[in-house]
Design a protein around this ligand. Sequence first.
Ligand SMILES: Cc1cc2nc3c(=O)[nH]c(=O)nc-3n(C[C@H](O)[C@H](O)[C@H](O)COP(=O)(O)O)c2cc1C
Length: 278
Amino acid sequence: MNEETIRRRLLLGRSFITKFSDEEGVDEDYETDQTLKKPQPPLVKPPMRGPEAAIALPTDFAALPVDNDFLHVINSRASHRVYTQEPMSLLQISYLLWCCQGVKTLRGKSYATLRTVPSGGARHPFECYLALQRVEGAADGLYHYLPLTHELEFLGARDDLPDFIARSVSGQAWAAKANAVFYFSCVFYRAEWRYGIWAHAPILMDSGHVTENLYLAATSLSLGGCAIAAVDPAAANAAFGLDGREETVFYAMPVGTVRSSDKPQEDAFYAFVREQGL
Ligand SMILES: Cc1cc2nc3c(=O)[nH]c(=O)nc-3n(C[C@H](O)[C@H](O)[C@H](O)COP(=O)(O)O)c2cc1C
């Protein structure tokens, strides 16, 4: 690639992040579909299978040993890539899903969902799919989260589940030992309806909230996870039946059981804070 092309690509990337208003003269007559009063897309994807595939998620979170020391959770959060492969419970999965995508209420009749994470214009353009293994109360296989009813729907088993997981995250084989891999897809039009050609940077901003909540929720249960941008969309989309254009997987996060000795050394952290005079 020549210097000029590299410079042009860099500027394009920068303007992707900074452009929320008109690119001089180019988009001044542009109106979004919401402004044009086109119908709003559905708030969530409808179930992909029949009601027999739906599993109600338990919500008695009081039964979980949640670390409620907020600062301790914040300071302990770290990326974990080593998992001990002990079982997890469906209640833990339910808690993690609630914390990163749970719907608290509807705004208007069906104008927006308000969730445990923020989202620009409350568009919440994401769907969450899971690969589960070693989760008590859930067969190993692929799932889709139904946030309006807080249910999981079973999409099917796979004989090659660990292989699939490794492939879906571009060969990062450590991920295949996680109990749960969260795959986040984007349904683009949900955000584009409101923000049109300016929708895409806010989509990425929104996704950071989702995985950070997932990191913190996992930490509060003494579990560990690691955000993954290096997904293989083709592998993940094929597994979940997504077309890759209107909806595509773009972000993932394995979560699993971790050894306490693999957890961040808090004493070291506080020594560092003291050393730095923070
Ligand atoms: C957007 C994003 C993408 C990431 N992608 C990967 C990845 O593909 N593979 C990986 O091992 N870690 C990935 N990470 C984890 C980072 O490497 C990690 O957050 C960083 O090294 C800081 O460590 P910490 O999370 O323990 O503070 C990603 C993190 C973020 C936020």
